[in-house]
Design a protein around this ligand. Structure first.
Ligand code: DGP
Length: 115
């Protein structure tokens, strides 16, 4: 579903430009506009889901697919030394864009939380 007021839905539609890393029928990956690590990619479902707190059994295939895509992106970008995957849900987690997204972060030591 498309939410016209959602930044990431508008990125999916091409109304807002992004630097794409990967795209298929179900998901899109693009560079974060405000990178917090040398590699900082966001992977989102094309359909509007507010956060991982909204997920139900009907989304299991989609989320499984997204993690397969995350592994592919990590291989394609050569993240051989490791990477972190983060998904913030809700205000207290610091979620700023209410469209489910998975941060992929790599390229510097990340012992402390930073997204
Ligand atoms: P979060 O705090 O988990 O909701 O992270 C949202 C991320 O989305 C944040 O790291 C910045 C990124 N972001 C916000 N607006 C845009 C945009 O218009 N383009 C891109 N590429 N990234 C965006």
């Amino acid at each position: 579903m498309f939410d016209p007021n959602c930044i990431f839905c508008n990125i999916v539609e091409g109304e807002i430009p992004s630097t794409k890393v990967y795209e298929d029928d179900m998901c899109l990956a693009f560079r974060d506009i405000n990178p917090l690590a040398p590699t900082h990619v966001l992977v989102i479902p094309k359909t509007h889901i507010e956060s991982c707190a909204e997920l139900t059994e009907e989304h299991e295939a989609l989320i499984g697919h997204i993690f397969t895509v995350i592994a592919k992106i990590a291989r394609d970008l050569g993240l051989d030394n490791g990477f972190r995957v983060v998904s913030n849900a809700g205000l207290e987690a610091g979620q700023t864009v209410p469209h489910l997204h998975f941060h992929i972060l790599a390229g510097r030591p990340m012992s402390a939380k930073m997204v």
